[in-house]
Design a protein around this ligand. Structure first.
Ligand code: UDP
Ligand code: MG
Length: 342
């Protein structure tokens, strides 16, 4: 009787799942976040913890999480000393997560937590990285969708690291993958690129991206253009090559045109009518020179920032629920029945 009972009981998987959640002024979102994420986690038969990284919020998000920590087990708060940006916040979260698998999730519920069980399943069947690819982007303007599309194509054309199209930071990583990410110690952290750089067995799950449940996006267009430039120059040096090629092209056209003017003057004696073309050529070349210097400057600036070796973020405090990680209900039941069986 006992034998057959033992046979049916699988040994409980006591591995730990960590959620990493960057939070910047998400006070209105947090109650909704808990309401939706906690039931999903409770249904997953694994131990779990949630690591919130408060990225210098000014709307009391940290206070809310601190109160929640007092009554909910398995929560952690890493409070950064100021706003360092999402990329730094995610890095901080990865460093503080202790899980055997780590899932990065936005606080605004645009990454549907209902996908978590499927992600965990993929990981349990051997994937080191489970990528969540957006099938749709509800609540985003057509222009944002189009520019994002164009950017990914450009990025993948210019760099040797293949950065998957339409994926964000929403993904699961095994301990091996997280440790690999953490060995990449560059300061300019373009996370999507770093995530792609490590490789490892990857599985892709498609999902529908939801509109923000409340609050506002922290990205404006200048911010997105900055991130795009960051991505391009962090993962590729080909813009430097474009500058060379364009310069070479402009110089050849200029030389040919000069030659043509000399020949024309010698053959037709027409030496005075060059003024408009001169202005055109000067502004064209001036523009190209400035562009090239700008591109070079982008890389020089990056090198400068890297050489300072400053930390990516500064944590002001780290708080934790008194009851460490949260035990799944099923494990407790399994343990109880095991005790009974003996
Ligand atoms: N975020 C952050 N630091 C920032 C900006 C954003 O930690 O400086 C967090 C934010 O709280 C959210 C996630 O990053 O959990 C995604 O931000 P948002 O929704 O504004 O970006 P979008 O979804 O529009 O790309
Ligand atoms: Mg969002």
């Amino acid at each position: 009787m006992n034998k057959s009972l033992d046979f049916h009981l699988e040994p409980p998987d006591d591995r730990l799942i960590s959620l990493v959640v960057p939070v910047y002024n998400e006070r209105v979102m947090l109650p909704l976040f808990f309401d939706r994420v906690l039931p999903v986690l409770a249904a997953v038969n694994l131990r779990h913890e949630i690591v919130f990284v408060d990225d210098g919020s000014e709307d009391g998000s940290a206070v809310y999480i601190r109160n929640e920590i007092k009554r909910t087990p398995g929560l952690r708060l890493v409070k950064l000393s100021r706003n360092f940006g999402k990329e730094a916040a995610v890095t901080a979260g990865l460093e503080h997560a202790r899980g055997d698998a780590v899932i990065v999730l936005d606080a605004d519920l645009q990454d549907p937590p209902e996908q978590i069980p499927a992600m965990i399943e993929s990981w349990q069947s051997g994937a080191d990285v489970v990528l969540m690819q957006r099938r749709s982007r509800a609540g985003e303007t057509a222009f944002k969708r189009w520019s994002a599309h164009l950017f990914y194509r450009l990025l993948n054309r210019t760099s040797r690291t293949d950065i998957p199209v339409d994926t964000g930071d929403f993904r699961l990583m095994s301990r091996k993958a997280v440790d690999a990410i953490l060995t990449l110690n560059e300061r300019n952290r373009y996370m999507k690129g770093l995530f792609a750089w490590i490789g490892l067995p990857t599985r892709v799950i498609q999902y529908d991206r939801e509109p923000r449940a409340a609050g506002e996006t922290k990205w404006d267009y200048p911010g997105l253009v900055g991130l795009a430039l960051e991505g391009l120059t962090s993962f590729s040096v080909s813009p430097l090559r474009w500058a060379t090629v364009i310069g070479l092209f402009a110089a050849s056209v200029g030389a040919l045109f000069g030659l043509w003017i000399v020949i024309k003057a010698m053959m037709l004696g027409d030496a005075t009518s060059g003024y408009p073309s001169l202005v055109a050529i000067i502004s064209f070349l001036g523009g190209i020179q400035l562009l090239s210097i700008g591109i070079v400057g982008e890389y020089v600036g990056k090198t400068y920032l890297e050489t300072k070796q400053r930390p990516v973020y500064l944590a002001e405090e780290v708080l934790e629920s008194p009851v460490g990680v949260s035990q799944p209900l099923n494990t407790r039941l399994a343990e109880a029945s095991h005790v009974k069986a003996i």
